[in-house]
Write a protein that binds this ligand. Structure first.
Ligand code: IVH
Length: 666
């Protein structure tokens, strides 16, 4: 029964309250009360209701974070008061000098401080008007910044509404947590895009994207540290932090009120050691005079306030020697030079390798084998060579000649004029095969987890596997005699390989390792096509209709499916029973379900997936792995996955097990 307008209003109100409550628990207080799935269901219900009753949508609804339209650019906006920068210091002595400068201006009073972590992100100013998120401006040159409201609104740690009338401005730091940074770079690597060097660059790049939907996917976060409220002034920085917290604005939980400079020094020492345990990058601490009255007395220079300073942590750098430079060959044939280092300790871990990125980077920095180099680790990012210590050269260092042939298969390498990367052009290069196998079986692709590097090496050495489909011909006897394989692990691997045959289409598309096709693109492609056959025949014009697929990606897909080597690969995968291919033969049986397409998700009590599939196919129906508008029914068992959500989004009817039984009982 559809809801009346009045009922819908009530339900929408309740859903919004619940969503806002759980967003606060999850994003601000780091204390989730319900599962992600339950939370998603609340959002879904709200979206559905708002779709039915668009007149009830308000800008503060939690569904309105992400605008539909990409932006044209960013308007330049003046800050209410300049966003100053901070003076820096690096030693205890310099810190004491900071206090002495303060004492000269305020000689008689006791000075208390607030010590905060210095978050390595980008400064932002956000204005709330009458309790509503109104505008977000980047720091810019301190006087003017860019209006990035639509993008910042996607950050879930910002409440869209707060209990405060009038105008309120908060300032803070937008940052990218390490797990999100790793995720973004993993995706970029899969899509063959250049990687972000560190989380700050990734955050800065993300906030300047023109499509808020893409920004939302970047999972940025924020810590706020400055508060201005129209007509109200709190007494101290500490009170400001507590007020922000009460208003539901996200502050860093590790700030500390310090009654003396010695207490500040203890805070510094403590966090110099503990910073590696945080899941975001901090490059020092910020010390602020707590009293607002004292801050006013101290005032500012043109650039910095005199009441605050940052005390930087030592850079995570070390010097070591390059013993060798080796070249690795990736799945796409890309050659990456890697420095083999004399092992050195750097913030708790021993570093023995460092990527040198590409040929140009080696030339630019003039890196030679035997050189002493300064390496640096920012956050938990892979260490990089900052510079060569040329003064330490003996004359025996050897310049590196970038190989003209693949170090693994000795085929010629090719470097397009406009690219920095050289690639091995041999389609059957064993290095490519090894990486392709590892990619195919990886958790997010076909999930054959037992197949690790050591095992793949053995399978290749013993010629048990020469192409991906050979995995499906492996026998128990082939496996059980390999190093570190026993009866149980062999059987596990065979089971995982078998299970991969019914893996969803999106995962198979991703697993094929088509250039520029990462997980997200694979999902978008899979929801457009019923099976791999239709995808393989799709012309570029059809492909570019898909979200996430531009001309470059479309061209790469078409190129992939036209290579004879890949046609053979797909034929073989079909032969061995990987079932994301057209099920035309199976569904040619005539029956009550003829012409109807089903997708299965979750666990059914009475059938395994395969049994359910057979029941449908015997009655003439077709089972596919991806929900699209062409799907007739989704059958959802217990713990259904994202397919259920997708079905609800697309309005595809969903049957539970009881309804499914009724359907096949005819
Ligand atoms: S206070 C007038 N507090 O560091 C006071 N800044 O190098 C201005 N930053 O521009 C800033 N964490 O973007 C403050 N806890 C913190 C901070 C912080 C990071 C950034 C901020 C500032 C830059 C100065």
């Amino acid at each position: 029964m559809p809801l009346t307008l009045k009922e819908a209003k009530k339900r929408i109100q309740k859903l919004r309250e619940d969503v806002v409550f759980h967003e606060k628990k999850y994003y601000i207080e780091n204390d989730p009360q319900i599962s992600d799935y339950e939370f998603d269901m609340l959002i879904k219900e709200l979206i559905n209701l708002e779709r039915q009753f668009p007149e009830l949508i308000t800008p503060e609804s939690p569904t309105q974070r992400v605008g539909e339209q990409p932006l044209e650019g960013f308007a330049s906006v003046e800050h209410s008061t300049p966003m100053l920068s901070l003076d820096n210091c690096y030693t205890m002595e310099e810190l004491r000098e900071f206090e002495e400068r303060i004492r000269k201006i305020i000689p008689t009073e006791k000075i208390a401080y607030v010590a905060e972590l210095k978050i390595d992100g980008l400064g932002i100013s956000v204005i709330y008007r009458d309790g509503k998120f109104a505008q977000a401006i980047t720091r810019g040159d301190g006087l003017r910044g860019d209006d990035v409201t639509a993008n910042v609104k996607t950050i879930r740690s910002f409440p869209l509404a707060i209990p405060q009338s009038g105008e309120l401005e908060v300032r803070g730091e937008i940052y990218l947590p390490f797990p999100s940074f790793r995720k973004i770079n993993r995706r970029r690597e899969n899509e063959d895009l250049p990687l972000f060097v560190n989380p700050r660059n990734a955050a800065a790049g993300s906030i300047r994207l023109l499509d808020p939907k893409e920004v939302a996917a970047r999972m940025l976060d924020v810590f706020l540290y400055t508060l201005f409220v129209e007509g109200e002034e709190k007494e101290s920085q500490w009170q400001n932090l507590q007020t922000m917290k009460k208003l539901g604005l996200k502050i860093n939980p590790h700030s500390r009120r310090c009654s003396s400079l010695d207490a500040v020094i203890s805070y510094y020492r403590e966090w110099k050691e503990r910073r590696d345990a945080l899941d975001y990058d901090v490059d020092g601490i910020v010390i602020k005079v707590d009293s607002v009255e004292q801050q006013r007395l101290l005032g500012s220079t043109a650039k910095f306030p005199r009441w605050a300073i940052s005390f930087k942590f030592p850079a995570r750098q070390a010097t070591t020697r390059i013993k060798d430079i080796v070249v690795q060959v990736g799945r796409t044939g890309a050659l990456t030079p890697v420095a083999v280092l004399e092992p050195v300790k750097l913030s708790g871990t021993t570093i023995s390798r460092s990527t040198l990125h590409n040929e140009d980077e080696i030339r630019r920095k003039d890196i030679r084998v035997g050189d002493f180099v300064l390496i640096e680790r920012s956050g938990d990012v892979i260490p990089k060579v900052v510079l060569v210590m040329k003064e330490k050269r003996t004359g025996r260092e050897i310049p590196f000649a970038f190989p003209k042939i693949c170090p693994v298969c000795h085929t010629e390498v090719f470097r397009p004029e406009d690219e920095a990367v050289s690639r091995c052009i041999n389609p059957s290069c064993p290095a490519k095969l090894k990486e392709s196998l590892l990619h195919y079986s990886s958790r997010r692709a076909m999930n054959i987890e037992t197949l690790g590097v050591a095992l793949v090496n053995q399978l290749l050495e013993k010629h048990l596997v020469q192409t991906i489909p050979d995995l499906y011909a492996l026998s128990y006897e082939d496996l059980v005699n390999l190093d570190r394989m026993g009866p149980k692990s062999s059987q596990n691997l065979l089971d995982e390989i078998e299970k991969s045959k019914v893996m969803d289409l999106d995962r198979l598309i991703y697993a094929l390792g088509i250039r520029f096709v990462g997980e997200r693109t694979a999902q978008a492609i899979a929801s457009h096509f019923r099976d791999l056959d239709s995808l393989s025949k799709a012309p570029p014009e059809e492909l570019i209709q898909i979200e996430d697929v531009g001309p470059k990606v479309a061209e790469s897909i078409v190129f992939f499916f036209h290579q004879p080597k890949n046609t053979t690969l797909l034929d073989k995968l079909r032969e061995v029973g990987v079932n994301s291919f057209s099920q035309a033969e199976a569904s040619s049986e005539e029956g009550p379900l003829s012409g109807q397409t089903f997708v299965l998700t979750g666990k059914l009590a009475q059938f395994s997936r395969e049994e359910a599939r057979k029941e449908i196919e015997q009655r003439g129906g077709t089972v596919t792995s991806t929900v699209s508008r062409k799907t007739d029914y989704v059958i959802a068992g217990a713990e259904p996955g994202a397919k259920l959500e997708k079905a609800q989004k697309l309005g595809v009817p969903v049957l539970d097990e009881k309804n499914f039984l009724a359907l096949i009982s005819f």
